[in-house]
Design a protein around this ligand. Structure first.
Ligand code: MV4
Length: 449
């Protein structure tokens, strides 16, 4: 087992990792920017190293500075958390070259899944269903028009370096194709420095359902069931839950088998997520693979009653996993509490938290790094807490979430708490009848305190 892990991250996930390390008897090193010197991850870690000014490029994304911190603290592993360098193949490679274990998959696995066309080709070979499309990069508008006609409109133009919606366009018909092709290509070039484009049939009103998987260093891969992630706005998830109200055991088994096949096809090592689009006829298609621990991992932890960070560290240390899949025995839901104003287009609302009272009680979990008196810096992600509730049924879980949201008090900044209160009252949400377009027509004026 590792002796000392450096956590190359900040905020709630850095704290989350420190907690598990303590329970496992592993020493921890925090790194921080000057904007984070009052952060709890700095106080809770055994050691802390300031690595630079607030800008991410000079701190949490700065590989040379992080490697220097690894070196001076004699850390034998690095946990990247999510975001920042978590899916950076170069960082994984450099760690390996320095003889430091990157807690995650190999650089090659990250590269393979980071390029969406390569990932899709890999899934086709593995027998995992994918959305019908160009089956590779499309070289120019002429070829694109021909392929789109063959697929049938509407189609979707996507960037191979993309993910999370960047460089993506829905094309309703032939007339709009060229203009949207050009703008997607431009956006991809600017965002990723890679303007490789592919085309897919547009799946209407899809649900976003993802499977948690874990693979060990001996080729074993299992799934830990699904998370329903359709409640999102502009590709930012706001609520996740498990099990999905849309899945029955038959579909769960089919999708779970596909997720395991996907992981096995690249000999996946670590925790990962297979994202699927699911249409109203229950057809499902591989969309992307995330090669990291995700924000919403606690939802899975609560329903299967296992610590995913602990499992992640164990497989990274070369410990084998059990051979069986895990299924939900409870219902869990997570509300992301962001420093944003839902009445003003979710505009970021950084600043000093003057009072903070977390929800508590049976079946309530809050993962957060903030406290009364803490100032939310404007430089990073706006998530300040994750409120996770669990109960025997979805109905009970929603009731508990409403009770917990009523207890949750944050003053001094705007938060998404009022949005979650309005959502929990919504009939379509309560009945489980929603897809990824749900928030497009949501009346955010209801988000009053
Ligand atoms: C799609 C799609 C419909 N058809 N692909 C959005 C982000 C990227 N990961 C893929 N995305 C989508 N791909 C086809 N062929 C609809 C989306 C999509 C979406 C997917 C998951 C969650 C939210 C979404 C919101 C809008 C569009």
């Amino acid at each position: 087992m590792f002796n000392k892990i450096l956590i190359a991250n900040r905020g709630e996930i850095a704290l989350r990792i420190i907690r598990t390390c303590k329970e496992m008897g592993i020493k921890t090193v925090a790194i921080y920017s000057t904007a984070d010197k009052e952060s709890l991850h700095v106080r809770f870690a055994d050691e802390a190293v300031c690595i630079g000014p607030p800008a991410s490029s000079e701190s949490y994304l700065n590989i040379p500075r992080i490697m220097a911190a690894v070196e001076i603290t004699n850390s034998d592993a690095v946990h990247p958390g999510y975001g920042f360098l978590a899916e950076n193949d170069k960082f994984a490679e450099i760690c390996q070259q320095y003889g430091v274990k990157f807690i995650g998959p190999t650089a090659e696995m990250i590269r393979k899944m980071g390029d969406k066309v390569t990932a899709k080709e890999t899934m086709i070979k593995a027998g995992v269903p994918v959305v019908p499309g160009s089956g590779g990069l499309v070289k120019d508008v002429q070829q694109g028009l021909k392929i789109a006609k063959g697929i049938g409109y509407p189609v979707m133009i996507k960037a191979t370096a993309g993910g999370g919606g960047k460089g993506m366009r829905v094309v309703p018909g032939e007339e709009e194709f060229e203009a949207l092709w050009n703008s997607a290509k431009q956006e991809a070039k600017a965002a990723f420095g890679n303007d490789g484009i592919y085309i897919e049939k547009f799946v209407e009103e899809p649900r976003h359902i993802e499977f948690q998987i874990i693979g060990d260093q001996f080729g074993r891969v299992i799934h830990l069931s699904e998370r329903e992630c359709s409640i999102q706005r502009r590709h930012q998830k706001l609520v996740e839950e498990s099990p999905s109200p849309f899945l029955d055991q038959e579909l769960r088994d089919k999708m779970g088998d596909a997720a395991v096949k996907a992981g096995k096809s690249i000999n996946y090592e670590g925790v990962g997520t297979i994202e699927f689009l699911v249409d109203k006829h229950k057809n499902f298609y591989f969309m992307e693979m995330n090669t990291r621990i995700q924000v919403e991992h606690p939802v899975t932890e609560e329903v299967i009653d296992h610590d995913l960070i602990k499992e992640q560290i164990k497989v990274a240390a070369g410990i084998a996993i059990s051979g069986k899949n895990y299924y939900p025995t409870m219902h869990a839901m997570e509300c992301r509490i962001n420093a944003e104003d839902p009445l003003n287009g979710f505009r970021p609302s950084p600043g000093k938290i003057t009072s903070f009272h977390s929800a508590k009680g049976h079946g309530v979990r809050v993962d957060t790094h903030v406290y009364a008196g803490y100032s939310v810096p404007p430089f990073y992600d706006s998530m300040i807490a994750k409120l996770i509730c669990k109960a025997q049924t979805r109905e009970e879980c929603i009731k508990k979430m409403q009770r917990a949201l009523d207890e949750f008090v944050v003053e001094g900044i705007k938060t998404t708490v009022p949005f979650h209160k309005a959502l929990m009252k919504n009939e379509a949400f309560r009945s489980g009848k929603f897809d990824t377009s749900f928030l497009n027509t949501f009346d955010f004026e209801q988000c009053v305190e």
